[in-house]
Design a protein around this ligand. Structure first.
Ligand SMILES: [Fe+2]
Length: 357
């Protein structure tokens, strides 16, 4: 596989540590700080080095808080900015890194941005956009990070990523899967990206069908999940997400449904809407996916994860109707087929029905 420019994979902790033990600022969440840096013998080394920490509250990562956190770092001096966490942390750190470098770009342009993912799937460690919530307005917006973006990605071994609870890993990997599909039915896609997406989807399905894959007991499985996350991030970095994501945001906002499962809500209906439409150029894609029995295999995975059961408990169909107007966004405009309000309503109704299957 061809990796993005300036992208490095490593599970060699010593190599990472030697590179960053001086002059680094680590931004991480309270939960990760406690589990990785306080109790984890492997990472305790950081505590004895010249590494500075900023510990943030995971539930407070929103656009209004960036300024407060930025005030903490603007006078610090460091040559590596390290994000330890999941997608929300990485997206926050990307914005801080961008802001920090713009204080004096000539001096600060080579500051490295390093991601240590503690949960994998969203692919945010490889995208150059940073999505962030505005809790007050209940809106999620996305900015693109430009300026000579340097990626340094270290997928440290299973000791870190297996730490997370299974539910978080399920949510994240479903996001990963749906993002791959969103890169297919997307106006920004092309044949090459679609082929890459199809192969990525198949590889991910095969792993998710294994009994204990998400336990990430082996180094091999940890490496594999990092590749799935990379593939998903690589794809949406090119195409951006689409309709399932757009529908998901109010579900997260109003019903508190975690991101990956909120995207799963409309997946089958959107799949049908896009791939059963003969007017677009996805006939070969559909044929290829059908030959792999893709939909049935994904249904079984959703059942195994009890996704419908979870969504049914969270979604009140009557209230759902009231929030449909929030489901259209810049992301939904990426959908390959233009849809009307009536189409959207049909997709939502079908998705509610699908919860009973
Ligand atoms: Fe996502």
């Amino acid at each position: 596989m061809k990796y993005l420019q300036n992208t490095f994979f490593s599970d060699n902790f010593n190599l990472l540590f030697d590179n960053i033990k001086n002059n680094s600022l680590i931004i991480t969440t309270k939960i990760n700080y406690l589990s990785l840096f306080q109790n984890h013998s492997f990472l305790k080394n950081f505590k004895n080095s010249k590494v500075d920490f900023i510990v943030i509250n995971n539930s407070k990562i929103d656009i209004n808080n960036i300024k407060i956190i930025f005030n903490d770092i603007r006078n610090k001096s460091f040559s590596n900015l390290i994000s330890v966490g999941g997608g929300a942390t990485h997206d926050l750190v990307k914005q801080l890194w961008d802001k920090y470098r713009s204080l004096d770009f000539n001096k600060k342009k080579n500051i490295k941005l390093i991601f240590i993912p503690t949960i994998l799937g969203s692919g945010s460690e490889v995208t150059n956009f940073a999505a962030i919530w505005n809790f007050k307005d209940k809106q999620k917006s996305s900015i693109v990070i430009k300026n000579n973006y340097i990626y340094w990605i270290f997928f440290i071994n299973s000791l870190i990523v297996q730490n997370k609870n299974l539910f978080s890993k399920k949510i994240s990997i479903i996001d990963c899967l749906i993002q791959m599909f969103e890169s297919i039915w997307n106006i920004n896609s092309n044949t090459q990206l679609r082929n890459f997406a199809i192969n990525s989807i198949k590889a991910l399905i095969i792993d998710l069908e294994k009994k204990d894959f998400l336990e990430l007991k082996t180094k091999r499985d940890s490496k594999k999940i990092s590749i799935h996350s990379y593939n998903s991030g690589y794809l949406i970095n090119k195409t951006k997400t689409s309709l399932c994501h757009s529908i998901s945001y109010p579900l997260t906002n109003f019903f508190g449904i975690p991101h990956g499962y909120a995207c799963a809500f409309s997946f089958f209906a959107v799949y049908e809407f896009n791939l059963n439409n003969r007017e677009n150029n996805l006939i070969d894609v559909k044929k290829n996916l059908d030959e792999f029995d893709t939909l049935n295999r994904i249904k079984k995975i959703f059942n195994k994860f009890k996704i419908n059961y979870f969504l049914k408990n969270k979604i009140d169909p009557n209230n759902l109707k009231k929030i449909i107007k929030f489901m259209k966004s810049e992301r939904s405009n990426n959908n390959i087929i233009k849809f009307s309000d009536k189409d959207l309503l049909l997709i939502i109704n079908k998705s509610i029905k699908n919860l009973d299957l």
